[in-house]
Design a protein around this ligand. Structure first.
Ligand code: GLN
Length: 291
């Protein structure tokens, strides 16, 4: 870009560059607002001002990173989920809109399975592989009857999650744990187990979008046994942990619904399993009620 440049010109060039690279041109504006640390309203008044050289340099480097495939959320370090803004960094997966459906269904199942709770009665839930903490925090904030625990193997993910809980003043207890192992050791019991675990089979690595595989944490993406290893382990460990009635809620990968239902039934033959679709009508979630 040539200098001096107005905000409008910088934005315009960045948008067309993104468009030429098949990226959403809107990202240019989000990054500009973030770089200049201004609200959209103030921004409209600034459009014809000259952008400072230092700000323009930062902006150009950010646009370059996005063009090289980095998700813009790792640059702004925020993403929205269930109506709230959450901190993210490269230690955690960027929350996906599909996962909001998981939260929504868990809230509905909570009402359905435990319709008449006493005033002092709480339902205890655990979010397994919490990452940025979005599931546990949203559930705790949306439903005061849900007392949430959240576990992750990654200490740096737990730091992000704790920061998010503090920001929203959510009462969530975070614990380092390889899936449910810490809860087993502590002989902790829960009513609800919710998880969006890593579920991509390693052999799909080559066909995955570059911006996912090159930037998002592999610990959060890939799993053994055709991507099913976390589900298998969570369901097996849940024998020691799940109270009755109990709810298991999983986000799953495309085509994994039958296998996941089957492995839930192998441990809980009496479970009532329901498969739900995402916005693209892909079978994306499995819910099991165990009575
Ligand atoms: N539970 C987090 C989320 O849904 C992280 C998921 C993951 O890392 N697999 O965003």
């Amino acid at each position: 870009m040539q200098k001096p440049t107005t905000y409008r010109e910088a934005l315009h060039r960045a948008s067309s560059l993104l468009e030429q690279n098949q990226l959403n041109p809107k990202i240019a504006e989000w990054l500009m607002l973030h770089a200049a640390q201004i609200e959209r309203r103030e921004w409209l008044e600034k459009l014809n001002d000259i952008i400072s050289v230092s700000l323009l340099d930062i902006y150009i480097s950010w646009i370059r990173r996005v063009i090289e495939g980095e998700p813009y959320q790792y640059i702004t370090e925020v993403e929205e989920f269930y109506g709230r803004e959450f901190h993210v960094n490269s230690a955690v997966l960027i929350p996906r809109p599909e996962t909001e459906l998981l939260v929504e269904h868990v809230l509905a199942y909570r009402q359905e399975v435990w319709p008449a709770l006493q005033q002092d009665q709480q339902i205890k839930g655990v979010d397994v592989g919490t990452g940025s903490g979005v599931i546990a925090i949203s559930l705790a904030l949306e439903d005061p009857k849900l007392e949430m625990l959240a576990v992750d193997l990654s200490e740096s993910a737990l730091e992000v999650a704790q920061k998010n809980a503090d920001r929203w003043r959510a009462q969530v207890q975070f614990l380092p744990s390889d899936l449910l192992t810490s809860l087993q050791q502590a002989q902790e019991k829960v009513d609800v187990i919710v998880s969006n675990p890593p579920y991509i089979p390693y052999r799909d690595k080559a066909t995955l979008a570059r911006n996912v595989v090159d930037f998002e944490p592999h610990l959060a993406l890939f799993a053994d046994q055709e991507g099913l290893s976390c589900y298998r382990q969570i369901v097996e460990q849940s024998r020691d942990i799940l109270r009755r009635p109990g709810l298991i809620a999983f986000e799953i990968g495309q085509g994994q619904d039958e296998a996941v239902v089957q492995l839930i039934h192998s441990v809980y033959p009496e479970a009532i399993c329901q498969v739900k679709e995402d916005y693209n009508r892909i079978k994306r979630m499995v819910f099991a009620i165990v009575r």
